[in-house]
Design a protein around this ligand. Structure first.
Ligand SMILES: [Zn+2]
Length: 159
């Protein structure tokens, strides 16, 4: 069974007997609505498994801290917008639904690559950051400006 271990008025963090945690919405959201604003508890110059990348050399530890339990999915329903510093619904979300984002939308190179088990029919398998995505995946997902800038740089270097 799962117990609530953290959260706020709009998010519950649930933990199961295996110690696996996930974040679920407690409110309904329409596409484009803000689930939560976020900020930095601390800003680091290198990534770790908890950080969210906000610029070429900036990786933040999230505030409020419970937002770090928003897991990855290859079929995400929220987007961490690192320009607006808001978590935005990518589609309608119902109360009780897990909220998940696409890690490469913020991460250029991840500290810990992993084999995704999200179960989505569009699952990409190995997740290692935007740098490792193929053209098809780059076409399909939304990315933050610092990622788009890096992709543009890479194209310019290749030209
Ligand atoms: Zn996946």
């Amino acid at each position: 069974m799962e117990i609530r271990v953290a959260g706020d008025a709009r998010i519950d963090v649930l933990r199961n007997d295996d110690g696996y945690s996930r974040a679920v919405a407690t409110v309904a959201l329409a596409e484009g609505e803000v689930l939560a604003p976020f900020g930095a508890r601390e800003t680091l110059s290198t990534p770790n498994y908890l950080t969210v990348q906000t610029g070429p050399d900036t990786h933040i530890l999230l505030s409020p801290e419970h937002l770090q339990y928003i897991n990855h999915s290859c079929d995400p329903n929220v987007f961490f917008d690192t320009t607006r510093m808001e978590i935005i619904a990518l589609r309608a979300i119902t109360p009780g639904e897990e909220v998940q984002f696409f890690y490469p939308s913020t991460e250029w190179t991840m500290d810990r690559a992993f084999d995704c088990l999200c179960g989505s029919s569009a699952c990409l398998g190995r997740i290692a950051g935007a740098d490792q995505l193929d053209a098809d995946a780059l076409e399909r997902y939304a990315f933050n400006q610092h990622i788009l800038d890096r992709l543009a740089e890479r194209l310019a270097e290749a030209a």
